[in-house]
Design a protein around this ligand. Structure first.
Ligand SMILES: [Zn+2]
Ligand SMILES: [Zn+2]
Length: 279
């Protein structure tokens, strides 16, 4: 079984969305035989967040560069100290919410410059319009208030995130399926194919994320089905992530993810021998 995990969350309790401390997460992972267990901090920054935007975790959302950097640096330090207290070499990532527009990019680039980390994961947990306004948290937006147009916009943004060059890899590429199960319909296939093409073109690995087993109606990892086959066909390097936020989910679903990878024909596996910052 894969003996590393790069996408899990721990620490920052009361501000970030993890349920357990970094120390408990790392000790559990070590007991399960993980050689590397990377803990991530959500990095969600956008100057266009307004006070009336509804968020699942309002305290980990920032519209100011300095405040975002302080909170992220504090959590990274906490993870580092917890790892060192257990005699474990810390592996620290940030799961970044990608937004479009040059203003966001400028703010984000300024923000990460002052942060100490090993890698960045790109993700999209928000809907927004072409100008970057009208931001809506996917978890707080009733699925019947948006349709095919927003699904397509979301998939196009993922492609833009890959092309940005900021990220070591992408998180849960078909997360939209959690809110809109119809996203697996053939009418969206070409957008998923474009994402798979772009990953291959940019030689970027991506994860199979077992949180889909816990969260989705179909009880399958992100990504699944035809999309996973497209990634296999293009030789995109893949690895398993548990995206755990509590000790119970550490290493959860790894066997099932391996079965899904084998069934889809995924041969190229990512090995994190050289994780280097892209930015
Ligand atoms: Zn995520
Ligand atoms: Zn995550």
């Amino acid at each position: 079984m894969q003996d590393f995990n790069l996408h899990a969350h721990g620490g920052g309790l009361g501000i970030f969305d993890a349920i357990d401390t970094a120390k408990d997460m790392l000790a559990t992972a070590r007991d399960q035989g993980f050689k590397t267990y990377g803990l991530c901090c959500h990095l969600t920054f956008n100057a266009n967040f307004t006070p009336d935007t509804r968020f699942s975790y309002p305290l980990m959302i920032f519209n100011d560069v300095a405040n975002a950097r302080d909170a992220c640096a504090k959590l990274a330090d906490e993870i580092r100290q917890d790892a060192e207290s257990l005699g474990i070499k810390p592996t620290i990532g940030f799961e970044v919410d990608f937004f479009s527009g040059s203003d966001w990019r400028r703010g984000f680039e300024k923000l990460v410059k002052g942060l100490d980390f090993d890698y960045l994961i790109g993700g999209v947990h928000y809907l927004f319009d072409a100008e970057g306004g009208n931001i809506r948290d996917l978890y707080e937006t009733p699925a019947d208030t948006y349709g095919d147009g927003e699904i397509v916009d979301h998939l196009i943004i993922l492609k833009e995130a890959i092309k940005s060059g900021y990220f070591n890899f992408m998180a849960h590429l078909d997360l939209i399926r959690l809110f809109k199960p119809e996203a697996t319909h053939p009418r969206f296939e070409r957008y998923f194919a474009e994402i798979a093409d772009t990953l291959a073109e940019y030689d970027m690995p991506t994860e199979i994320n077992t949180s889909g087993i816990r969260k989705t109606r179909s009880r399958e990892c992100f990504p699944n089905g035809k999309f996973l086959e497209m990634l296999a066909e293009r030789g995109v390097a893949m690895f398993v992530s548990d995206d755990a936020h509590c000790v119970e989910d550490v290493g959860m679903g790894f066997e099932e993810a391996e079965r899904a990878l084998a069934a889809a024909g995924v041969k190229n596996r990512f090995i994190p021998s050289s994780l280097e910052r892209k930015i």
